[in-house]
Ligand binder design. Sequence first.
Ligand code: NAI
Length: 295
Amino acid sequence: MSRNAIQRVAVIGAGTMGLGIAQVAAQAGHSVQLYDVDPARTRAALAELAERLALRVARGRLAEDDRTALLARLVPAECLAELAEAELVIEAVVERLEVKQQLFRELEAICGEQTMFASNTSSISITAIGAALARPERLAGLHFFNPAPVMKLVEVISGLATAAPVRDTLLALARDWGKVAVHARSTPGFIVNRIARPYYGETLRALQEGVAEPGVLDALMRSAGGFPMGACELTDLIGQDVNFAVSTSVYRAFFDEPRYRPSLVQQALVDAGRLGRKSGQGFYRYQGGQPEVQE
Ligand code: NAI
């Protein structure tokens, strides 16, 4: 199927990434369905987007007509069966292999032969997700970065079985959506999440050793290190649970390679429900969108 044949896009998971990806696809003119296992999440996500876009209209960055048209193209789905007509289904649900496998298995029974499947997984093997499918050749990774409407890079990931035309269609589609699309083979962490892992890991180790407070480490990496964000504020943005799940997955996938060992400090944040911006507290507290250094 060529990229021009993709009119209807379904996005599964109305969290941080799913909503952003749905916005990108709707902005590009597709009819988009957004589905979440929790319908309240879908409603809240769409309301949040409507508000965010209203703010852009108020600031003169978006025409009201364009806002209305974009929101009209993006509709909630009540159940998976409603996604039967989609030509492309992009999954952005929780980072767990068995959940993603189960989801695609259900979708295989619902969608047509031509439907392409994509996973926004940060670290799970596309080959492993595909192993659960009768036709794994139609599955690829389509890995956006957070926030999806802003970040330019998209990694298109081929598993062992991914068909070349599926890979090429997704590369072309992502470029049509204004992204810089890069192809990578499915290896643990793909490209960015593998290379960035030591940045998070070393920061967390420094914290565990009491080297300095999060605010100091972040400020130094920004001002002296030249990084746009320190690892503490960045993991708060990503979600401590998501970052921890990715670290654990990359660590295990490299046969317990010590360089990638997950951090007890981060595990404690996850156990405490301090997931970062999305929960109002992580390394920092967030009030009205502004971070406060935590004592
Ligand atoms: P999130 O926690 O914000 O949202 C996940 C959503 O999926 C939730 O609304 C949840 O209700 C829903 N969900 C869970 N199981 C489901 C199922 N079986 N069917 C339908 N909906 C289901 O997570 P986030 O951050 O959006 O991450 C989603 C995926 O994107 C993960 O695979 C993650 O690794 C990946 N990712 C995350 C990035 C980030 O910075 N947060 C960046 C790039 C990829």
